[in-house]
Design a protein around this ligand. Structure first.
Ligand code: SIN
Ligand code: FE2
Length: 201
């Protein structure tokens, strides 16, 4: 079987954003999170997730007792803020997709947070990639296969790294096993932020 990291369509751009670009993006995200605060999501079975989530764009991905889905508004009822231009420019440079992202999911990992292996499959159009931007503490990213099970490969994602999962990697299982809390000084209080840009409709 092929190594998951060699799946055609998985690309990593280490250090794509320099420190000042990362800091500027964090400032933009603080504005987003003032309008649309992070929430602790609950799985459809009622299990609280360890990451905190919010979003920008026309849609935000949410989960609660009613299931996994995209919603046009934050649970508080406010529209999701627009995706910051600093974030959109990464998509324009790397996604190689004629469509613009409709969701920028914001995941915040505090100490001990993780994300189990899953597929991003609640979108209607899998021809567009998912683009991920890592900011703050290092996270151990695990990449698996489109089918459940089989061999997985892990790599540490660092602040400023960008990953594109398109083509054969678009529906591959992936997750974050752990973060190295306090390994980056980008965020005052530590933690890791991961942005994923998705075309939803
Ligand atoms: C995700 O799959 O939504 C997050 C991936 C990551 O945190 O790197
Ligand atoms: Fe994902």
């Amino acid at each position: 079987m092929d190594d998951p990291l060699t799946l055609k369509g998985f690309r990593i751009y280490p250090d794509y954003l320099d420190r000042s670009q990362q800091a500027a993006m964090i400032e933009d995200l603080r504005g987003v999170l003032r309008a649309a605060p992070l929430v602790q999501p609950v799985t459809p079975r009622g299990k609280p997730m360890s990451v905190r989530m919010s979003a920008a764009g026309q849609f935000g991905w949410v989960t609660d007792r009613s299931g996994y889905r995209y919603e046009p508004r934050h649970p508080s009822g406010v529209d999701w803020p627009a995706i910051p231009a600093s974030v959109l420019s990464v998509w324009d440079a790397l996604a190689a997709c004629p469509r613009q992202p409709e969701c920028c999911l914001i995941n915040w990992y505090g100490e001990g947070a993780r994300m189990g292996l899953h597929q991003d499959k609640d979108e209607a159009d899998f021809t567009c990639p998912v683009l991920s931007i890592s900011l703050g503490d290092e996270g151990l990213f695990r990449m698996g296969n489109v089918a459940r099970g089989g061999k997985t490969e892990s790599l540490w994602l660092r602040s400023g790294d960008v990953v594109v999962m398109g083509g054969a990697a678009r529906l591959a299982h992936h997750g974050v096993d752990r973060i190295r809390f306090g390994s980056s000084t980008l965020l005052r209080d530590g933690g890791r932020i991961n942005l994923t840009l998705r075309v939803v409709t």
